[in-house]
Design a protein around this ligand. Structure first.
Ligand code: SF4
Ligand code: SF4
Length: 184
């Protein structure tokens, strides 16, 4: 990421461990198949569990994602799912300084001495650079190009909620609810 003093991944793997496994959108499946040179059927059989119609990356017995590798991080980094690519710049952490502070307890890569407003600014720029910011409402004028068209893609049915911004989010990011220093 360019100009990213607000976040530097420490490869600790906290975000790669947890209940349920990462839910895959259709675009994630296509990208992983291409990266791993597997057919859709092969990927689903080897690395995915499907519950109630949702495809999730399998977890190892210790709870880590099947693709996590100790010391080096994500084993499919170039093709990792959008939700992994977006962390820690989830909508909640961008618009809510309290969520951002709580996220620091989970993710040591978030710089506590960078103000929340700067975290939000860098995060939104990163999401747009990566093409994973999804729009749900009227266009944010700040994201519109010279022709007045929003640069963000529209949300799809399987877009994770954490990646969806709407017209009120820009205001929330411009006026964060609080930027109290993070407790040591
Ligand atoms: S929790 Fe944060 S620092 Fe740790 S691997 Fe995930 S993104 Fe990187
Ligand atoms: S796909 Fe990669 S980044 Fe996402 S949870 Fe698995 S190991 Fe972590």
């Amino acid at each position: 990421m360019s100009e990213n003093s607000a976040f530097t991944c420490r490869l600790c793997g906290h975000c790669c461990q947890g209940e349920g496994g990462i839910v895959l959108a259709e675009a994630d499946i296509v990208r992983l198949c291409d990266h791993l040179r597997l057919s859709r059927e092969e990927l689903l059989a080897r690395a995915v569990t499907t519950v109630c119609g949702k495809h999730r990356i399998k977890s190892r017995p210790d709870g880590y994602c099947l693709f996590f590798q100790e010391g080096t991080g994500c084993g499919v980094h170039p093709a990792r799912p959008d939700i992994c690519r977006a962390w820690p710049f989830f909508r909640g952490n961008l618009i809510d300084a309290i969520s951002w502070e709580m996220a620091q307890d989970f993710c040591p890569g978030i710089a506590p001495d960078v103000p929340h407003a700067e975290f939000a600014r860098q995060g939104l720029a990163y999401l747009r650079e990566q093409g994973i910011c999804r729009c749900s409402g009227p266009c944010d004028p700040a994201a519109a190009g010279s022709e007045g068209k929003c640069a963000d893609k529209r949300r799809e049915a399987d877009t994770p909620e954490a990646l969806v911004m709407n017209d009120t989010d820009a205001d929330a990011m411009a006026k964060p609810a609080g930027t109290a220093p993070h407790a040591a």
